[in-house]
Design a protein around this ligand. Sequence first.
Ligand SMILES: C[S@@+](CC[C@H](N)C(=O)[O-])C[C@H]1O[C@@H](n2cnc3c(N)ncnc32)[C@H](O)[C@@H]1O
Ligand code: SF4
Length: 451
Amino acid sequence: MISTSQVLERYQGAVPRYTSYPTAPQFKSGEGPDLLQEMFSCLDGREPVSVYVHIPFCDRLCWFCGCNTKHTNRYQPIENYMGYVVEELALLRKQMPGKQPISHLHLGGGSPSLLTMPDMFALRAALETVFDFDANTEVSVEIDPSDSNQEMLDGLKAIGITRASIGVQDFHPDVQKAINRPQTFADTARVVDQLRSIGVSSINMDALYGLPLQSEKRLLNTLKKCASLQPDRMALFGYAHVPWMKKHQQMIKQEDLASPAERFEHASKGSEYLKSAGYDAIGIDHFAKPTDSMAISAKNGTLHRNFQGYTTDNAKTMIGVGASSIGYFENGYIQNLVATGQYQASIKNGTLSADKGYRLTEDDRMRADFIERLMCDLCVDLAEMQQRHKQLFPVLLAEITAACRNDPLGLCKFENNMFMVPEEARAFTRIVASWFDAHFAPAKQKFSQAV
Ligand SMILES: C[S@@+](CC[C@H](N)C(=O)[O-])C[C@H]1O[C@@H](n2cnc3c(N)ncnc32)[C@H](O)[C@@H]1O
Ligand code: SF4
């Protein structure tokens, strides 16, 4: 039996969420443009790519928010920005060797759900000049239920939405007041109905633990209300409190936040509830109905993890569009300029805005593979690792042996050529992953709490 208090005491430091390896703080300024050209030369017009479009605007600012977004009361800045996104797609089209098949399109933010119908229509038309959509292309959109109106639904139809991810966080009014996010259950239920009425076949809901003034009871009530709407997937993220990076989080009072032990307790009870409600636990913070493609992928070891979290998307290339978007291909990562003003100025000059980048070494590739399998499956088949990373595998094996030797609390196991995080240590997977992160320097970098 793992002693949670001992784990929390021993590994107090913050660790990355490993939505990539290496993580974004390792990306280097100025490396993006060359990598982008290299990515274009790797496109063969046959293998489907994925596309992420970032919409960094919201019509309110939730104080807990860690996303790359800004508040606006007017639509004009969004309309202007969308003009640049369309322009960026035209630049991409000029530089790419030809049209590429697309398997996944993800619109994230910020709040893409506040785009008007004409802007969604224009975005889809621009995307279709660069990418070949077909009946199997998944189009997922992050939805803030407070944007719900006929315009939103028409816009979502125009972009061809097939999956929706709805932000809930917590339904208790006191918690909502402490995070500046009023959102009734009735409004949320109506949005779910509306989405289903326009043919959205798969719905995810996001809830958070560790929010100010949250209690176990409040969290469980939120999850019960979510489950009553029968989403196919649920995410239960730990609130990442990083006020040194996100100034608006300073509006959240430190004394209203749960202790690490309480956070852990809330997360465990939340997870137990969702499992009892018929969801499979996926990775560190996702849940899916056993018939959902994410649960099936998790069972057969083909789940992936990217900047959007857990995904069934297995495309090797992701093209990032919009300010701060991150793309990747076999040789590395490419991030667009983060500030919308700089991004727009670059596109206005007729230059793609790739800025930071990271070129993968062989060592990075092996660790990225290992950490992704650990975060997705909690278990890594070392015979397969040896097969895929022949020359460097002894380095990994030595580190695995050392990790097991230095693990008095039982967060990992090495048996029958499998390295694993036991089920009871699932919540601590990020900690184990960090032991294999050659770039991780806890003293220098600031990440969110491990649990
Ligand atoms: C881009 S946001 C959500 C989309 C939409 N704007 C909304 O709020 O409903 C995606 C998700 O990130 C999660 N998130 C945002 N800030 C976070 C933080 N500081 N810590 C953990 N998760 C966070 C929330 O659960 C949120 O639903
Ligand atoms: S949580 Fe969503 S709506 Fe709230 S500020 Fe962040 S991106 Fe915007």
